[in-house]
Design a protein. Sequence first.
Length: 180
Amino acid sequence: MSYDSGKDVFTRGCLQVYTGNGKGKTTAAIGLAVRALGAGMKVFFGQFVKRGEYSEIAILKNLENMVLRQYGEEGFVMGKPGASDVEAASRGVRDAADALAGGNFGLVVLDEVNVAYALGMISLPELLTVAASRRDGTELVMTGRGAPPGLIEAADLVTEMREVKHYFKAGLKARKGIES
């Protein structure tokens, strides 16, 4: 899925990957979603491996032209995922493929999908097939730690969030509106 110089990037749409061990991957994807909405695009935002009323959910679910889905059990998958976690991730892959192929969305975000991959819930071929299924003009963003090398190679843009210093290590817990 390399760049096709025969197609204008604005026609083709890009695959963006936000990965790394630093804070800000989901936040960056939300920022891009808000920008796309402001430009009149319809956005599909699928969150993998977590479910719950995180602060971003409270606002995103109420935005016009935003379709928000969560593909995880309550909270965040910690440790080995259960069968229901794997089924939720599979449902997310199917919904994402439909959103990408349907042509209704200008932006599709698959938040924490790289974590679902790292936990063995989604395979690299599934990720690449989903990415390849996007119609021209649909931008795709995949976030989460542990993006596989094959996905990084297929991407048009890769941003690695690198932790330099984090206040969690000093004992600060997640704060509502900032981390949760």
